[in-house]
Design a binder for this molecule. Structure first.
Ligand code: ADP
Length: 431
C-alpha cells in the first residue's frame, strides 16, 4: 500500500496541534509562553519517537517496526518496506548464487574463478580434487602459488589464453589435465580444466596401432618386392630359386592376408552386438570342426592331440567363440616344439563350463604374461621366426571371451608348458 504524506498534510497536522495553544494563549494573554510550551512538547514528542526508531534499528531483532503515530508512522513504515524489499532481493540473490554453485558443481569439468592479479575467488569441488586446492582456506591466494607447475606459471603470466594447456595434475600423478582460461567479466577469469588422461592414452594407442599395422605390412611387402625384382629377369634365375621364391611369396601373401583377416575380426568385435546371448551354440560340433583343422595343421609337428569334449551347448556368439578357440588351439600347435602333447577340453565345472588348451611346450616367462593379450605383443624371439604370427591372436581371444562376460586365464611354467582357459557362467549353459 502506498501512503502519500504530503507537505499539506504535515502543515495541517502542525496547525491542528498548535491552534488550541494559540487560541488559549491569546484568550488568557499568555500567547508566547504557551506557544513555547507547545513547541517544546512537540520537540520532546519527536525526540521520543526518534529514540524509539534508533532502538528498533540497532537493538531490536524483529523486522516489524514499533507502532507510532503521525508522521513517524510514515517513517517507520517506509523503513520497514525498504528493509523488506532488500531482504527479498538478498534472498533471490542468494538463491541465484546457490543455483549457480550447484550448476558449477554438476559440471563434469573443474572450474576456478580468479582475478586479473591471480587471486583465487572461487573453485568447485573437482578443481579442489585436480589441483589440491582447499576451499575456502585458499580464497584470495595467488593461483600461481596454488598450482605449482612451471608451464602453468608461464602460461598464466603470458596472459594469452587462445590455446589450451595440458599439464599433469600437481597432486595426482596419473592424471593429465587440460586447462582453458577465459576472461569473463571486467577483471575476472574463468579457468576450466578437464581430465584428458584417457584421450591421451587412446591417442597414443591409436598411433602405436597404426605404426604396428604399417610395420607388420611392410615386412612381407619388402620381401615380396625383393623377389619381384629378382623375377624381372627370370632367365637369369635358377629354377630351384624360382620355386623357392614363389613359395616364399605365397607364404608372405598368406601372412598379409592373415593379418588383414585378424584386423577385420578385431574391428568387427569392437562394434558391440546386442544379440550375443540370443543364439544357441553347439560347441561340441564346433570343436569337432576345429579338431579336423587342428589335425591338418598338426601334420608337420606331429603333436599328440587330445580332445575331451562334454556335450554342452551354450548361448553365445558362434563366430566369436570359434575365433577364440581356434586361436588358442593354433597357438598351442604352433608354439609347442615337435612331438608335444596338447589337450583341448570343454567341461562343466562348479563355476560354469570351461574351455581350456593345455600344452607341454616351452612355456612363457612370467614377465610376458600380463602383456600377452595386448595387440601386436609377441615374445621377442618369435618376432622374426618362421612361426611368427601377427601378435593379434590373443587380443582377439580376450575380446571374444569378454563379450561373453568371461575372462581369459593364462598360466604357464617355462620349460613345462602353458594352459589357456576361460570359463563361461552357468547362465549361458543351455539346459
Ligand atoms: P601370434 O599371432 O604371434 O601368435 P598371439 O597374440 O596369439 O600372437 O600370441 C602372442 C605371443 O604369445 C606369441 O608370439 C607367442 O610367443 C606366445 N604364445 C601364445 N601361445 C603360446 C603357447 N601355447 N605356448 C607358448 N607361447 C605362446
Amino acid at each position: 500500500m502506498d501512503r502519500d504524506y504530503s507537505n499539506w498534510q504535515s502543515l495541517r497536522n502542525l496547525a491542528l496541534f498548535l491552534l488550541p495553544f494559540i487560541f488559549v494563549g491569546w484568550l488568557f494573554g499568555i500567547f508566547w509562553p504557551l506557544l513555547t510550551f507547545a513547541l517544546l512538547g512537540l520537540v520532546c514528542w519527536h525526540y521520543f519517537y526518534q529514540q524509539k526508531l534508533i532502538k528498533w534499528l540497532w537493538q531490536s531483532r524483529t523486522l516489524m517496526p514499533p507502532s507510532a503515530p503521525g508522521s513517524w508512522s510514515y517513517i517507520y513504515d517506509g523503513i520497514y518496506r525498504s528493509q523488506r524489499r532488500s531482504q527479498k532481493r538478498r534472498k533471490s540473490l542468494a538463491r541465484l548464487l546457490r543455483r549457480f554453485r550447484e550448476a558449477a558443481e554438476a559440471l563434469p569439468d573443474a572450474a576456478i574463478v580468479f582475478r586479473a592479479d591471480g587471486a583465487l575467488l572461487w573453485s568447485n569441488k573437482l578443481a579442489q580434487f585436480y589441483f589440491g586446492l582447499r576451499w575456502p582456506d585458499d580464497a584470495g591466494q595467488r593461483l600461481s602459488n596454488l598450482i605449482r607447475h612451471p608451464e602453468f606459471s608461464v602460461y598464466l603470466s603470458k596472459g594469452q589464453f587462445d590455446d589450451a594447456l595440458t599439464i599433469p595434475s600437481p597432486v595426482r600423478d596419473s592424471l593429465d589435465i587440460e586447462i582453458r582460461i577465459m576472461p569473463y567479466s571486467e577483471d575476472q577469469f574463468l579457468l576450466v580444466a578437464r581430465d584428458v588422461t584417457q584421450v591421451k592414452r587412446l591417442d597414443s594407442m591409436r598411433r602405436e596401432f597404426v605404426a604396428n599395422v604399417s610395420h607388420e605390412l611392410k615386412t612381407p611387402l619388402t620381401v615380396l618386392q625383393g623377389y619381384l625384382e629378382m623375377l624381372e629377369e627370370p632367365e637369369q634365375t635358377p629354377p630351384a630359386m624360382l620355386k623357392k621364391a614363389v613359395e616364399n611369396m605365397n607364404a608372405q601373401s598368406d601372412r598379409m592376408g592373415n593379418l588383414v583377416d585378424q584386423l577385420l575380426v578385431l574391428s568387427r568385435m569392437e562394434t558391440p552386438s546386442d544379440d550375443v546371448f540370443d543364439h544357441e551354440v553347439n560347441v561340441p560340433a564346433l570343436l569337432e570342426q576345429l579338431q579336423t583343422e587342428a589335425h591338418r595343421l598338426n601334420e608337420q609337428k606331429q603333436h599328440k592331440l587330445q580332445f575331451n569334449i562334454d556335450p554342452i551347448h551354450i548361448y553365445g556368439k558362434e563366430s566369436l567363440l570359434r575365433s577364440a578357440m581356434q586361436n588358442l588351439i593354433t597357438n598351442a600347435i604352433r608354439y609347442t616344439p615337435e612331438g608335444g602333447e596338447i589337450e583341448v577340453s570343454w567341461k562343466e565345472t562348479s563355476g560354469g563350463v570351461e574351455f581350456s588348451v593345455t600344452d607341454n611346450g616351452k612355456g612363457i616367462p612370467a614377465q610376458h604374461l600380463p602383456r600377452l593379450t595386448e595387440r601386436f605383443y609377441r615374445i621377442d624371439e618369435d618376432r622374426n621366426s618362421a612361426s611368427g604370427g601377427t601378435g593379434l591372436g590373443l587380443s582377439i581371444v580376450k575380446q571374444a571371451v569378454e563379450h561373453h562376460n568371461a575372462q581369459l586365464d593364462i598360466s604357464s611354467t617355462p620349460g613345462k608348458g602353458s594352459r589357456f582357459a576361460f570359463q563361461l557362467p552357468h547362465g549361458l549353459i543351455k539346459s
